[in-house]
Design a protein around this ligand. Structure first.
Ligand SMILES: Nc1ncnc2c1ncn2[C@@H]1O[C@H](COP(=O)(O)OP(=O)(O)OP(=O)(O)O)[C@@H](O)[C@H]1O
Length: 280
């Protein structure tokens, strides 16, 4: 088992004393180099978890540890060197007037020296395929390009964990696929842990592990295959299953046998059908 990077210990959170608890006794661990997808119905507390991890919010109860360091007001600047976040709307995260200024901003805030900054701007924009846009004004970029720059800005601070909170939600399926491919590459190259918060099941099935939230509680955590086998239970808490699994059920019902219980994507479904039916 690899080393723990994040520990959520009995965390409860509410936005104010007058408001209900948004997270209730949540506990989970995330390991180094692991990719964890957090899913759950609207309002189940996913984004709140992301903000707690980055010290944008603090829990009223429980403890959050990042690499052994507790997230609190004293540690918040150290924590933000470890945890990088990319949000849904890239326009809300741009601060620089050019792409290079923007990537520099996070590093400036964290006290990087000039030489390191120049090197990191170059290598990280290259890692996301945006090296030709150094002097471009961010508003001239497409949605996908903006998210690439946002990812480069996060990578530039060399975090241990990158959180993508609905970061691909505004892109078309092709753009989403491209961004996730880039993220997957940079994750491996930089030995990062990755937390993705998303409603896109194509993304979720690629994760190592899935944490399912329901009404502010950790409902279940397991590998994607194990999670998506519980189709009826998932539906009962307002969640869907991958389209390939639904199609496999329909095929079975129509009398077409499918080998695997729940294929996670169309490649698996095709492989099943090919293996079974090429023999007949
Ligand atoms: N700034 C805030 N002040 C008060 N309540 C908030 C605030 N932000 C979120 N909430 C409430 O906290 C609960 C959890 O919200 P959160 O954004 O964490 O859910 P989520 O699972 O990310 O939802 P979604 O899938 O819709 O993005 C919701 O009931 C929401 O209305």
């Amino acid at each position: 088992m690899s080393e723990k990077l994040i520990e959520f210990r009995d965390v409860s959170f509410r936005y104010s004393e007058e408001q209900p608890w948004v997270l209730k006794n949540c506990s989970f661990d995330i390991y180094k180099n692991e990719w964890v997808a957090i899913i759950g119905h609207n309002g189940s507390g996913k984004s709140t978890i992301a903000k707690l991890l980055n010290g944008l919010l603090y829990p009223q109860e429980g403890q959050i540890l990042i690499n052994g360091m507790e997230v609190n007001q004293d540690s918040v600047w150290e924590i933000r060197k470890e945890v990088g976040m990319v949000f849904q709307n890239p326009d809300n995260q741009f601060v620089g007037t050019t792409v290079q200024d923007d990537v520099a901003f996070g590093m400036e805030n964290r006290g990087f020296d000039r030489k390191t900054m120049i090197e990191k701007i170059e290598t990280n924009l290259k890692a996301v395929g945006m090296q030709d846009y150094l002097l471009t004004e961010p508003h001239r970029l497409s949605g996908g390009q903006k998210q690439r720059v946002a990812i480069a800005s996060v990578l530039a601070i060399s975090p241990r964990v990158m959180i993508l909170d609905e970061a691909t939600a505004m892109l078309d399926p092709h753009g989403r696929g491209e961004i996730m491919e880039t993220v997957s590459e940079v994750r491996q190259r930089n030995d990062l842990s990755l937390i993705t918060i998303t409603h896109d099941l194509q993304e979720v099935v690629q994760a190592d592990r899935v944490i399912v939230m329901n009404e502010g509680e950790v409902w279940q955590e397991a590998a994607p295959r194990e999670i998506f086998e519980k189709k009826e239970e998932l539906r009962s808490i307002g969640l869907d299953v991958p389209f390939a699994a639904i199609l496999a059920d329909e095929l079975q019902l129509a009398g077409v046998p499918v080998a695997r219980k729940g294929p996670l994507n169309h490649e698996e479904l095709l492989e099943d059908l090919w293996t079974l039916h090429s023999r007949t």
